[in-house]
Design a binder for this molecule. Sequence first.
Ligand code: GRF
Length: 227
Amino acid sequence: MSPSTGRKPRLAVLVSGRGSNLQAVLDAIADDRLDAEIVGVFSDRPGAAALERVPLALRWSAEARAFADRAVFDAVLADAVDAVAPDWVFCAGYMRILGHAFVQRFDGRLLNVHPSLLPRYKGLHTHARALEAGDREHGASVHFVVPELDAGTVVAQARIPVLPGDSAEDLAMRLLPEEHRLVVAVLALASAGRLAEHGGQVQLDGQTLFKPLELDSDGILHPGSHS
Ligand code: GRF
């Protein structure tokens, strides 16, 4: 239960693809590791496999390409999301940039997971880019969403080593379970009313976070030590 409202925190999830992050959230709720309720799953791709992970009544989709422009699609999506009265909106593999109006409307309660150690490798092909750069470490970030792609303030990160001989696929496969744990851990903080964002600063329990939290091997978040 949310301490302030006395009801389960309401999560809306935006998806475009297979939905393994959505599944991690569903599993955490089912196992009582996350005290929240998914009140809607929204997709810009009606064929997204992610949608099939929830009952029909929770699914909303529209083919983004059929709309005149991004602003029109965003407005329709925003109305649909608003209609389920979410406390938090979580982008779990949502592959379209959300415009200014959408971001403003859900300001302070809009989170995204991205498969890199932001600010490194915004955008696509993050695993291959980490390998090309010779990085010894790779990871995933959960951040508040701003209109600029993958540029919002980072809440928390999970790190994995890059091993000799790793391919981009190897990295993606090893990172994914960490990404899932990271997502669940951050949504647990959000759902418990412990996370907020004001003016580009993340607050945890009312204190400004100057560095992203870091996930340990038990799936627990700790104060960050990296810049
Ligand atoms: C994840 O790696 C996410 O970080 C990225 O796209 C992938 C989506 O995976 N933005 P899934 O749809 O949650 O399985």
